[in-house]
Design a protein around this ligand. Structure first.
Ligand code: BTN
Length: 252
């Protein structure tokens, strides 16, 4: 069970999370957010959250596992008009918000481009942003956040045992999901309101700045040195002496 009033009591925001739609069980909070928008029932900053996401969506058509009653799966609906340039920074702003929230709780998180949240070299969270774009204008934007909180290693499917972690696995302590959710949402609103500081903030948590990265692009594998991000949030990777910009690649 997730208590909406516990989230709201801990929020320090002007508009994010003022309306919360809670579902005990649901396929995907991003999918539900989309249908709320399509039914004209969404408000700017609305949060969709569930205790048990059965069919979570991940990036690159992957799924996303959440331990029932243990993890955090939430989507924030952003309805104000956004330029494409600003919108490309929102996924990074979201990763930054989660990193800051975890740091606030005493952890030392890292970010892997574009927005994997890493703790102790394992993935603890991810972000899936989805937008409705018409004539180069973004009408609605969904920020989907998944974070492993109270899962034990045996809650995860076997294939994730080497790759995934949770706050519980790292500390042997349980965490109140409502509080973590409220802290993330509070940092998220601050990040979004302060676009100019996203790049530097994100880079301060980057796990692989100036390090070798291997990645797939257009069905080929490349490696290079990660040199940072540009003003659109695209990866800048040096290969064969040239720094190239990549809007979307899969870093291994
Ligand atoms: C990734 O692949 O790293 C992104 C994972 C994003 C998962 C979250 S959980 C809440 C929201 N609803 C979804 O179906 N997916 C996102």
């Amino acid at each position: 069970m997730i208590f909406k009033n516990l989230i709201q009591a801990n929020l320090r925001t002007e508009y994010l999370g003022k309306d919360i739609e809670y579902y005990q069980i649901i396929d995907s909070t991003n999918k539900e957010a989309k249908s709320i928008i399509n039914n004209n029932e969404a408000t700017h900053g609305m949060m969709v959250i569930t205790d048990n996401q059965k069919n979570g969506k991940g990036r690159l058509n992957n799924g996303w596992f959440m331990g029932a009653g243990k993890g955090l799966a939430m989507s924030i609906i952003y309805l104000k008009t956004l330029s494409i340039n600003k919108a490309t920074l929102i996924p990074l702003a979201s990763g930054l918000a989660i990193a800051k929230a975890l740091e606030n709780r005493g952890f030392k998180p890292k970010l892997k481009w574009p927005n994997d949240i890493i703790l102790n070299n394992k993935k603890i969270g991810g972000i899936l942003c989805e937008s409705d774009i018409k004539n180069n204008i973004i009408n609605s934007f969904i920020i989907g956040i998944g974070l492993n909180i109270n899962e034990t290693i045996n809650d995860f499917p076997k294939e994730l045992h080497d790759k995934a972690t949770s706050l519980f696995i790292e500390t042997d302590n349980s965490f109140q999901r409502e509080l973590i959710c409220a802290i993330i949402t509070t940092f998220l609103e601050r990040s979004i309101q302060n676009f100019d500081s996203i790049m530097d903030g994100w880079l301060s948590f980057c796990a692989h700045l100036d390090k070798k990265v291997t990645f797939h692009y257009k069905n080929k594998e490349y490696s290079g040195i990660f040199k940072g991000i540009n003003s659109k949030g695209h990866a800048q990777i040096e290969t064969d002496g040239r720094v190239l910009q990549f809007p979307s690649v899969y870093l291994r």
